[in-house]
Design a protein around this ligand. Structure first.
Ligand code: NAI
Ligand code: PYR
Length: 371
């Protein structure tokens, strides 16, 4: 298979979909890899390192799209990229289609075979979302601590306090991978930490692993309202896989927070879980203030720590890319029901229920496509 790796164009997106090591693995398996000039630079990989690994470097993005059967990316395509796809091209990347009607329409019109990292499953986990959720969860506390500083609009408190002065209260809504990693960092920095989740099993797990250093609370609107009011740093970390994020924190709840408190809504890539998050922000301009509360809603947080993130992401994606390239996408999906859950679009059809429902469009089950 001829595989293309392109330079990301999202604001401050420095990750790349394939490392030189991954290039070598694909080459050894008999595939050709075309890499856009400079695609790896943001993650510390020179064009020469890809050439040494067996890739061909192309300066012309359009020529690269035209010549390749599968594009391996990191982020969902942005509008300048929509026209570059051709019918039947495989797109292996994060897609987050539920909150993105224009992108969904573009992939349907171009009849792209869209395999989304974030909906692939293995043993009831999301193996291609998890590594970036680990990064974003850890970063959420780092950026939240920064935003709590006075010069960045915060109330001027240190997350861990100091002897004789109480620490900050961190409230995390959603105790999955993002939530757990955020809790780890917040506990490590000495904050008081509360995690809310609807899964009783998850709360038991968190209670066990944190040995009492995290307060676990059943998530419902009553409990969320009570804890949001107390939060110095609120972290949105909820997910209903492939669906639009539920708006769990209402505007009224945000108005109950003290001025200078901070919200980091990591779930923004699925549309956001906080009512007052009305825009996706960027690494160049990451925050805005509403009702006196600092809001951070960057949808590609791991892009800022690109080298760590590219290694972590490609550690997880490479084997799937290899399966798709070796077997062809249909046989690879037939052989792995979890990988088949990644198929979101094919031949102008939506093949993921949550996406079809979000856009009120027809749904075609993957099984029908693979039959
Ligand atoms: N902004 C960014 O740069 C990044 C965003 N993300 C996003 O972060 C979000 C969370 O991802 P993960 O932690 O990997 O998902 P996960 O599936 O591991 O965890 C989600 C948790 O939310 C819980 N949940 C569901 N409904 C709930 C409710 N009503 N109240 C409280 N909890 C509820 C689930 O039980 C689960 O424990 C996703 O939208 C993901 O795409 C991930 C990485 C980077
Ligand atoms: C999960 C995702 O969208 C990201 O890492 O950017």
């Amino acid at each position: 298979m001829i595989i293309g790796v392109v330079k990301e164009i999202k604001n401050n997106e420095n990750r790349v979909g394939l490392t030189p090591a991954g290039t070598e693995t694909l080459k050894k398996a008999g595939h050709a890899v075309l890499v856009e000039q400079g695609a790896g630079v943001g993650s510390g990989f020179s064009d020469e390192s890809y050439i040494t690994a067996g890739a061909q470097i192309l300066a012309d993005k359009k020529a690269l799209f035209d010549q390749t059967e599968m594009i391996i990316k990191v982020k969902e395509p942005l509008s300048p990229e929509y026209q570059l796809f051709h019918e039947g091209q495989i797109l292996f990347t994060y897609l987050h289609l539920a909150p993105e009607p224009e992108l969904t329409r573009a992939l349907l019109e171009k009849k792209v075979t869209g395999i989304a990292y974030e909906t692939i499953e293995r043993n009831h986990t999301l193996p291609l979302l998890s590594p970036m959720s680990e990064v974003a969860g850890r970063m959420a506390v780092q950026v939240g601590a920064h935003c709590l500083e006075k010069p960045f609009g915060g109330k001027g408190i240190l997350l861990g306090g100091v002897p004789g002065v109480e620490p900050a209260q961190v409230v995390i809504v959603g105790g999955g991978i993002v939530g757990t990693n955020a809790a780890k960092m917040a506990v490590g920095m000495g904050a008081r930490v509360t995690v809310l989740d609807t899964s009783a099993d998850r709360l038991v797990y968190l209670d066990d692993i944190f040995g009492g250093r995290v307060t676990t609370v059943m998530s419902n609107s009553y409990n969320i309202a009570g804890w949001v009011k107390k939060a110095d740093l609120l972290i949105g970390a909820v997910l209903l896989p492939g669906e639009k994020a539920p708006k769990l924190v209402s505007e009224e709840m945000v108005t109950s927070m003290e001025p200078g408190s901070v919200i980091v809504d990591v779930a923004i890539d699925q549309g956001g879980s906080v009512e007052t998050i009305d825009r996706v922000t960027t690494h160049s301009d990451p925050t805005y203030v509403k009702h006196g509360v600092v809001h951070y809603s960057v949808a590609n947080m791991p892009g800022a720590v690109a080298r760590t993130s590219t290694f972590a992401l490609t550690n997880a994606t490479l084997d799937y890319a290899l399966q798709i390239a070796n077997k062809g996408w249909k046989d690879a999906l037939r052989a792995d029901a979890g990988l088949a859950k990644g198929l979101n679009t094919y031949a102008g059809k939506i093949t993921f229920k949550g996406v079809a429902e979000a856009h009120k469009l027809a749904f075609t089950p993957v099984e029908e496509v693979l039959a």
